[in-house]
Design a protein around this ligand. Structure first.
Ligand code: 4AD
Ligand code: MG
Length: 477
């Protein structure tokens, strides 16, 4: 008999049937009760072992972490906390696990400890729940765009350009590290490298996506993105996943509408489809909150927070208005929010963003029309000559979750801008062709997938929402 997933056993299967289940032992109590989990759900199934008729040799091998196959009858459970259980008639040990050595003991481990065991941490309830929610959100991303008639584009991972112009790239080379060919002036001779030019891992698929939007109309990417920014924060990864829609003929307002609708769709999908996992994560978060001093505790639960996002419009505010709000804000007790921002034109720090979202507006905020100087070269210049049609979406507890803009579609203005910033026109000849041949208004944005997963799961460190995090000094797995 083939085995049945535990998620189906606990939800769908009629009792008094003979069933076979396979999974990993979470706990084994009183030589009798196995809590078995196969990863298909947060729920364990209780398997009641007939210990009098099971050889001692086998009982000893039912240890936390072991893989087992149980056959038996599915019956209504008398115990609290579960509807059904398996009355085991036969148990087979598929893979032993030394109880002394298995790092995932049935107790609460610190997230730091679990990070050091990224290959095993997914066997804990917390990480299994997070990774199932992550998977559901990935599906929702594709389902949203596909339903709306967007085409999925795979932009290159290895590129010759720096899409953001921020110089935060990991170089890719096939040249021997110790013996790199040099030019006469001592510079690396990239002509002799694999691609015949300097290449790097992509920091964004936007520029290539733009070329596709100018042919297919509505496109999106969803792929790995790499940034060599040395920021060791709970919001930054060196390798993260980004979703980048790009739409021909959309202006900034339409871009904001799309971003808000998209985020609400995927959050709603998780709320509807990850009920058990989100409930578990909600309880987990509530316990974490209890450890905090009263004043710092969040008053709302995870699901209340998610529902709040679904039910309320994001507040749209220009950068200039935001600066006025910040300038006029009263210092709080720690003087933390008193500003810091003296000048129009300064980039917002995460404290400013948090103030706007968490203290002032108390809802997600879309900030738009930023000073041109603090944004990337490709954003459309406004008539005032000093701001660009940029938008950032700021989320409570997360900060920036989306960065996007209406793109500069005018060739002359774009070239001028690139010159001013020292960006080589020759390098981006193909990008400029979109403006030479049939240029049109178009817009897009990038959503950091891990920041979305952070928000939906209520986890607080970005390292805990991606299977194998890449951060400075950390690429163990
Ligand atoms: O604001 P960013 O840099 O925008 C772009 O890359 C544009 N090309 C996107 C576009 O318009 N198509 O990055 C977009 C988002 C950020 O808002 C953030 O959510 C996420 O990507 N992000 C990171 N996430 C994790 N770790 C990092 N180091 C990140 N850098 C950006
Ligand atoms: Mg940004």
């Amino acid at each position: 008999m083939s085995h049945i997933k535990i998620v189906d056993l606990v939800n769908n299967t009629k009792t008094l049937q003979e069933v076979t289940a396979k999974g990993w032992v979470r706990t084994f109590r009183n030589n009798q009760f196995i809590a078995l989990n196969d990863g298909s759900t947060i729920q364990n199934i209780q398997c009641v072992v007939d210990f009098e008729n099971t050889p001692e040799e086998i009982l000893k091998r039912i240890t936390t972490g072991a893989a087992v196959c149980v056959k038996g009858t599915l019956v209504e459970s008398q115990g609290a906390g579960q509807k059904v259980e398996i009355q085991v008639s036969k148990i087979e040990i598929l893979g032993d696990s030394d109880a002394e050595k298995f790092p995932m003991q049935p107790k609460r481990h610190s997230l730091e400890f679990l990070r050091e065991n990224a290959h095993l941490r997914v066997r804990t309830n917390t990480f299994a729940a997070v990774m199932r929610v992550r998977s559901a959100l990935s599906f929702a991303v594709h389902s949203y765009f596909q339903q709306k008639g967007f085409f999925y584009v795979n932009t290159p991972i290895i590129t010759g350009s720096d899409a953001e112009g921020a110089g935060e790239m990991f170089q890719v080379s096939a040249l021997p590290f110790d013996n790199t060919p040099r030019t006469e002036e001592g510079k690396v001779n990239y002509k002799e490298d694999f691609f015949g030019k300097q290449t790097n891992l992509t920091v964004s698929g936007q520029l290539e996506a733009e070329t596709y939007a100018m042919a297919l109309g509505q496109v999106y990417t969803f792929g790995p993105t790499f940034r060599a920014e040395n920021s060791n924060t709970s919001r930054h990864l060196a390798e993260f996943w980004m979703i980048e829609p790009e739409v021909a003929f959309n202006d900034l307002d339409a871009n904001m509408d799309l971003a808000e609708d998209f985020i609400k769709y995927v959050v709603n999908y998780a709320v509807d489809n990850c009920t058990d996992d989100l409930k578990f994560l909600e309880d987990r978060l509530a316990q974490e909150e209890k450890q905090k001093p009263q004043a710092e505790r969040s008053e709302i639960t995870l699901l209340e927070k998610l529902n709040f996002i679904l039910e309320n419009n994001f507040k749209r505010v220009s950068y200039t208005e935001a600066i006025d709000i910040l300038k006029n804000s009263k210092p709080n007790k720690n003087k933390k929010f008193q500003y810091l921002i003296e000048e129009w034109g300064a980039d917002l720090q995460s404290e400013h963003e948090r103030f706007l979202v968490e203290k002032h507006f108390k809802c997600p905020v879309i900030l738009f029309d930023y000073p041109a100087k603090i944004k990337a070269f490709y954003m459309r210049l406004n008539e005032d000559g000093k701001t660009v049609r940029a938008m950032d979406i700021l989320f409570p507890g997360i900060g920036e979750i989306v960065g996007g803009s209406q793109r500069e579609e005018r060739l002359d203005v774009l070239v001028e801008k690139m010159k001013a910033l020292g960006i080589d026109e020759e390098e981006l000849w193909w990008y400029l062709d979109t403006r030479r041949f049939g240029s049109a208004v178009h817009s897009g944005f990038g959503l950091g997938f891990e920041r979305l997963v952070l928000f939906v799961t209520g986890m607080t460190n970005i390292r805990d929402v991606i299977p194998f995090p890449r951060t400075p000094q950390n690429a163990e797995f």
